[in-house]
Design a binder for this molecule. Sequence first.
Ligand code: SAM
Length: 330
Amino acid sequence: MNAPALIDTFDRRLSYLRISITDRCNLRCLYCVPDGRLPKLDHEDILTYEELLRLVRICTQMGVTKVRITGGEPLVRKGVYTFLSQLSAIPDLQDLSVTTNGVLLGPNLERLREAGVRRINVSLDTLRRERYREISGYDHFDRVWAGIEKALLLGFHPIKINVVALRGINEDELLEMGRLTFDYPFHVRFIEYMPIGNARMDPAANLLTPEIQERLSVLGDLKAVGRQVNDGPAQRYRIEGAIGELGFISSVSRHFCNRCNRLRLTASGQLRGCLLSDQQTDLRTPLRSGASDAMLANLIREAVRTKKAHHRLAVPTAPKVSDPMSGIGG
Ligand code: SAM
């Protein structure tokens, strides 16, 4: 099958697929699972690795070159390392990365590397052990940090540290987080909190990029770093003297929809054009009822055709996103 590239009606070329391989997670972060209870899909509702590989192969034939594996927590799914090696072997896939909370990272870094993964994003909202427990529900800070340091030694690059910036929760650590870039080649990325799923955070907890940047400016001038082909939505900066970078993912204050190149596949096999809209196309049913590759490619193309110009998070009358982040993958 040789299919034309995935280009939507706003002339955006979709080359980046984010896949949530499980909705299970070994943490209960308060902004992601506010009532501490993750909705759980039945095992048979989650796409198998064979189904995922088939969809990725079809997508790469339509111009997808970059895949990120996320969750839930991707490293809790059995067989994930073999799956990652199989993904790495897909000829047109140029960029494979994983987003993890890092809890299982340390003991599995060699397996990740053998599976062909060189780039990881680790979510870490605080550098304080007790606060980590308060935010995530578990006392795992030390092992996450040990995993990050080991990843550095093993040559993973870049290591991106994702920080959801929350007023009254970790705002007093923004400078410490920013200072990490003077000591480590990390890309520290500040993410604006997005009110989706069953989120019940106080909207006043939202810290937006302009304020975060203003606070970080005491560390030095933020110099913009030129964008590269496979760059995601983060605006990238470096402070003079730093060996790492700062990034800002401003989904709320300055959405980047006009250059969005992403599709998302949920753990249950729903293809979404936008993280912040519940509009989705079911790929699991056709996958399991004998659809050919060409039929699946048509469904993917149709999902791309209906991708909206931009999200409507800031529109008060727009429907809220009801699906949980754990199933969509963030
Ligand atoms: N378990 C993995 C992890 O922790 O990185 C992958 C899944 S997690 C849903 C992916 C990212 O989404 C994490 O960086 C997390 O902090 C972020 N996230 C979750 N809920 C969010 C929210 N409501 N607003 C902004 N970011 C959120």
